[in-house]
Structures are given as structure tokens and as C-alpha cells.
Design a protein around this ligand. Structure first.
Ligand code: COA
Ligand code: ZN
Length: 273
């Protein structure tokens, strides 16, 4: 039987947050519904962040209310702080993405606090989420390289993974926020992590800035990773990370996985239509 791979399309959040044009909630919902039609069952629909910081993510609450309740689809929303978590929780979001940082400069640029403060805030939110029965994906930003600090010691990510899994996060995702990683670096970090943690709790989020996104997905697959964030049409980028460009494209990853005999549940021709 083919091995299942879970793909979360982060285009409606990571993709749209960086576009010059701010889409309406109806346009955002239409993109999400097309993904669902193609069989994507895990979608990051938006974020609950300051609308001044990221205007394109305004009104994610109205967007969520426009979406059909669908037991076969998990809707994720990213939150930067407790306020964002409370907003997401209050409207019934069941899957929340938290971000912690492998560098202080990135944490400061993105959310205006230190990486330690971001870690403490994430742990507090995870504890609340357990009570609220909300699933938490904790993403480690700039795990493979930082636009401000360059190389990042893998020990920083290892330490964060330990603390966040002890706190009770449901999944831990290593993010190459600016597309700095190469496949050997990915194998090295993911092998180190899978020695200690069950690979089913780990995931990867690659940007394709230097055209190594797909090679990095392959390296992570070989390390046993079965969960990937991707973005339809390779949309994406972080407005607070200079040099960050789109995520590895969903259609490219699905095509590679299909041909390698993995099962994603996503229909490639529907995705491309
Ligand atoms: N959702 C909506 N509004 C929020 C919010 C949230 N999660 N958190 C704070 N705010 C509001 C505050 O209520 C306040 O509003 P007001 O000025 O009308 O009173 C305003 O935003 C500023 O709040 P403050 O706590 O002083 O935060 P800040 O200005 O230092 O900004 C963040 C901090 C985290 C809110 C902001 O940097 C942010 O939203 N960053 C998100 C970055 C992002 O999405 N990056 C890409 C994804 S990784
Ligand atoms: Zn990203």
C-alpha cells in the first residue's frame, strides 16, 4: 500500500500575505474551495495578525465563516500571539499554527519580541489549546538560515523541538523561511530530529528561493518526514524576511510524490485546472 503524505497548502496564508494586491474574502474563499475540489484536505486559510502589519490577512474571521464546514478538510490559521489565538478560538478554528524563531533578529522583525519571549508565548498558548482541544502546529521559523544572522546552529531547533513537544504541540514544522537550505543540511537536521522524535510529529516548510525546494522535500522524505507545507503555484514569502520568495509549489510536490508512488489524495490535473 502506498505511503500517505499530508500536504498542507499554505498559499491562502503564506502566499497571499505577500501579494501586492489584497484579495477580498470572497476571492480568498474561492481559492480555498478550488484547493478542496482538487482533494487538498489540509489548508492554512489565513492568519489572525495585526491588520496594520499584514493588510492582506484582514478579515480572516469573515473568511472562515464563508467556508463550508467539511469533516474531510482541516482548516488551519496562523496566530502570532495570545490575542490571535483567542480570536481564532472564538470563531471555532480547530487547528492553530504558532511560530517560534531560531534567531532573535527574525523574531524581532516579525513580531517585535525576542525569540525567548516568542517561545514562552507559544508554550503558554499550547497549554491553553490543550484545554480548548485545539490542535497546535508549532513552526520554527528560519531553522535553516536567517536573512539577518545567516547560518543558524541546528542545536537551536533541536532545543525548541524538545521544549515545544514537551509542552504538548501536536506537530513541529521546521521552516526554511527564506529558502536557504540545501538537501544535505535538511538530511542532517531531520535525521538528527527523527533519532529522538517520531517522524509523524515532524514536518517541513520549504521556500523555493534558490530552486532547491523540491530537492529539500526529497531529502526530508528520505529522513522519514511525511508532512509538508506547500503553496499552490509557488505563491508566497514573508514580508518581514528580506529575500524570502514563494514556497515550494504544491503541484510540483504532488507530481513528484505521485511519480514516486506516494499517496497525497490530491488530484494533479484538478490542481492544475
Ligand atoms: N490580531 C489582530 N490584532 C492584533 C493582534 C492579533 N493577533 N495582536 C495585536 N493586535 C493589535 C492590537 O490590538 C493593537 O491594536 P490597536 O493599535 O488598534 O490597539 C495593535 O495590533 C498593536 O498591538 P501590539 O500588541 O502593540 O503589537 P505590535 O504593534 O508590537 O505588533 C504583532 C505585534 C505580533 C501583533 C504584529 O507584529 C503582527 O501581527 N505580526 C504578524 C507578522 C506576520 O504575520 N508575519 C508573517 C507570518 S510568520
Ligand atoms: Zn513560509
Amino acid at each position: 500500500m502506498a505511503t500517505n503524505i499530508t500536504i498542507t497548502d499554505v498559499g491562502p496564508r503564506d502566499g497571499l500575505q505577500n501579494l501586492a494586491r489584497v484579495l477580498s474574502v470572497v476571492e480568498r474563499a474561492s481559492l480555498i474551495n478550488s484547493l478542496i475540489k482538487a482533494g487538498v484536505s489540509s489548508i492554512e486559510i489565513g492568519s489572525f495578525v495585526s491588520p496594520r502589519a499584514v493588510p492582506a490577512m484582514k478579515d480572516t474571521d469573515s473568511l472562515f465563516n464563508l467556508l463550508e464546514v467539511n469533516d474531510n478538510v482541516d482548516y488551519f490559521a496562523l496566530v502570532p500571539n495570545l490575542k490571535g489565538y483567542q480570536l481564532a478560538q472564538s470563531i471555532g478554528i480547530k487547528n492553530v499554527v504558532l511560530v517560534v524563531y531560531a534567531s532573535n533578529s527574525m523574531s524581532n522583525s516579525n513580531v517585535g519580541i525576542t525569540m525567548k519571549e516568542a517561545e514562552a508565548s507559544a508554550i503558554k498558548i499550547i497549554k491553553q489549546a490543550i484545554i480548548d482541544r485545539i490542535k497546535i502546529t508549532a513552526t520554527i521559523s528560519v531553522a535553516f538560515g536567517c536573512p539577518f544572522e545567516g547560518n543558524i546552529d541546528p542545536a537551536v531547533s533541536v532545543d525548541l523541538i524538545d521544549k515545544l513537544s514537551d509542552a504538548g504541540a501536536d506537530r513541529l514544522v521546521l521552516a526554511d523561511t527564506i529558502g536557504a537550505a540545501n538537501p544535505r543540511q535538511v538530511s542532517s537536521l531531520m535525521n538528527r530530529l527523527t533519532e529522538k522524535s517520531d517522524p509523524q510529529f515532524l514536518g517541513c516548510h520549504f521556500h523555493d528561493t534558490r530552486a532547491m525546494g523540491l530537492a529539500n522535500v526529497y531529502a526530508a522524505l528520505e529522513s522519514g518526514i511525511r508532512y509538508f507545507d506547500t503553496s499552490i503555484a509557488g505563491l508566497g514569502g514573508c514580508p518581514f524576511a528580506p529575500g524570502s520568495s514563494g514556497n515550494v509549489a504544491t503541484e510540483d510536490v504532488v507530481m513528484m510524490l505521485d511519480q514516486m508512488g506516494y499517496c497525497t489524495g490530491i488530484n494533479l490535473s484538478e490542481l492544475l485546472s
